[in-house]
Design a protein around this ligand. Structure first.
Ligand code: ADP
Ligand code: MG
Length: 367
C-alpha cells in the first residue's frame, strides 16, 4: 500500500486457427520459457520478456492461475481498485481470454474448462464472499466507449451518451451510470448478455444472431468496460478485531467499509489504428478508436518514464484514458493481458502489440 507497483503484463499467444493452418501460415512466435518470447520472421527477429507467457497450449485455467488474476480479485476484495485489460489486434484472442468462446449460442453453454478470466473471477469472488464470512455487496456496471461516447450497456432502450466528469475525491467518473446488484454467477453472466437483448428480438434464432453480432461489435468497434463494485457490508455481528470493523461504535453498529473495484476492459482491436482510409461510418469509428488507442499509447509511453522525469500525462486526450487514469497512473493495481496471433501474416501487428506491452511493463502506480 502506498508503494510504487509496476503494471503486471502477461502475454497470451493463441493457437493458429484452422483457416490459418489451411492456408499455410507459419508459426512465427515461440515461447522460450521463463516469460520470454521470440518472434522470428523474414526481417524481424526479436525477443521480449513478460511476467508470464502463455503459449497456444495454455488452458484457460492456466491463464487464470498464472496471470495473477486470483490475487487481483483478492486485492479488490481488500478495497483496491483493480483493472485487467486485454489488448491486441482483432482476432488475437482478447474476448476468448476474458470470456471464453461463449458467443456462439446461449442454448449450448461453453464447457466449464473454457470459461474465461471473467467467469473464473466472478466464481472466486462469490466463493470468497460466501466462505470467509466477509459479507460483501456486489454490483456491476457495464459501459462501452463507442465513437468517443461513453454509453451505458445496462440501460434499456437506445444507447445514450453519459457525461464523464472529474472531481477531486473521485477522479474521473461517469455520471448516472447504472449499477446492478448481483449475488450469483448466473445473474452476472446474464447481465453481460443483457445488452444484446435491448434490441427487441423478432424470434429466438434472430436474437442469437443479434447477440453474436453485438459481442463482435464489442471486440472490434468499441472498448467495453465491466466494473464490479465490491462493498464490505457493515456487519456488527462478526467484528474482526484490528481491521476497523465495528471499532467506531456508532449507534447502528455500522463501521467504515472497504470499497474495491474490479474492472475488465476489452479494448477495441489495435489494428484499427491504421484503418484511416475507410469511408463513412467506418472511418468515424476507426478515427475514434485511433484517437483513444493512440492516446492510451501516448500516456503509457509517458508513464513509463521514471517518476521524477515525468511530464504532464494527457489523460484528457480521450475518454478511454480518462476512464483508465486511475488504473494506469493513479492508485490502481493493473494487469494487462496482451494477446497475439502466432501467424506469419500478423507479424507486424504482433510486433506492435509486443512493443506496446513491453512499454507498459515500466508503468507504475501507487495502490
Ligand atoms: P478478439 O476478441 O481479440 O477479436 P477472439 O477472442 O474473438 O479475438 O478470438 C478469435 C478467434 O480465435 C475465435 O474464434 C476464438 O475462439 C479463437 N481463439 C482465441 N484464442 C484462443 C485460444 N487460446 N484457444 C483456442 N481458440 C482461441
Ligand atoms: Mg473480441
Amino acid at each position: 500500500e502506498g508503494r510504487e507497483t509496476r503494471l503486471r503484463v502477461v502475454l497470451r499467444v493463441r493457437p493458429l486457427t484452422c483457416t490459418e493452418t489451411r492456408r499455410g501460415d507459419q508459426q512465427v512466435v515461440h515461447s522460450l520459457g521463463d516469460g520470454a518470447v521470440h518472434v522470428s520472421a523474414a526481417r524481424h527477429d526479436a525477443t521480449f520478456g513478460f511476467s508470464a507467457v502463455f503459449d497456444s497450449g495454455a488452458s484457460q485455467e492456466a491463464v487464470f492461475e498464472g496471470s495473477g488474476m486470483r490475487q487481483l480479485v483478492e486485492l479488490a476484495i481488500d478495497g483496491f481498485s483493480c483493472t485487467v485489460f486485454a489488448f491486441g489486434q482483432t482476432g488475437s484472442g482478447k474476448t476468448y481470454t476474458l470470456m471464453g468462446p461463449l458467443a456462439q449460442s446461449q442454448t449450448q453453454p461453453a464447457s466449464p474448462a473454457l470459461l474465461g478470466l471473467m467467469q473464473r473471477s466472478f466464481t472466486y469472488l462469490l466463493e470468497q464472499s460466501r466462505s470467509c464470512g466477509a459479507d460483501l455487496a456486489l454490483s456491476a456496471s457495464y459501459l462501452e466507449i463507442y465513437n468517443e461516447q461513453v454509453r451505458d450497456l445496462l440501460s434499456p432502450g437506445p444507447p445514450c451518451a453519459l457525461p464523464l466528469r472529474w472531481s477531486k475525491t473521485r477522479g474521473f467518473y461517469v455520471e448516472n451510470q447504472l449499477s446492478v446488484e448481483f449475488e450469483s454467477l448466473e445473474a452476472i453472466v446474464s447481465l453481460l448478455l443483457q445488452e444484446m437483448q435491448s434490441i427487441p428480438p423478432p424470434a429466438g434464432s434472430q436474437r442469437r444472431r443479434t447477440s453474436a453480432h453485438a459481442l463482435n461489435r464489442h471486440s472490434s468497434r468499441s472498448h467495453a468496460l465491466l466494473t464490479i463494485h465490491i462493498r464490505g457490508r457493515a456487519v456488527s455481528a462478526h467484528p474482526a478485531p484490528g481491521e476497523g470493523w465495528g471499532a467506531q461504535g456508532s449507534a447502528r453498529g455500522s463501521c467504515p467499509s472497504k470499497q474495491g473495484t474490479l474492472c475488465f476492459v476489452d479494448l477495441a482491436g489495435s489494428e484499427r489504428v491504421k484503418e484511416t482510409g475507410s469511408s463513412g461510418e467506418l472511418s468515424v469509428e476507426a478515427n475514434s478508436i485511433n484517437r483513444s488507442l493512440l492516446a492510451l499509447g501516448h500516456c503509457i509511453s509517458l508513464l513509463a518514464k521514471p517518476r521524477g522525469k515525468r511530464t504532464h500525462i494527457p489523460y484528457r486526450d480521450s475518454k478511454l484514458t480518462r476512464l483508465l487514469a486511475r488504473s494506469l497512473g493513479g492508485s490502481g493495481i493493473t494487469l494487462m493481458v496482451a494477446c497475439i496471433s502466432p501467424s506469419s501474416r500478423c507479424v507486424s501487428e504482433t510486433l506492435s502489440t509486443l512493443h506496446y506491452a513491453s512499454r507498459a511493463r515500466r508503468v507504475t502506480t501507487r495502490p
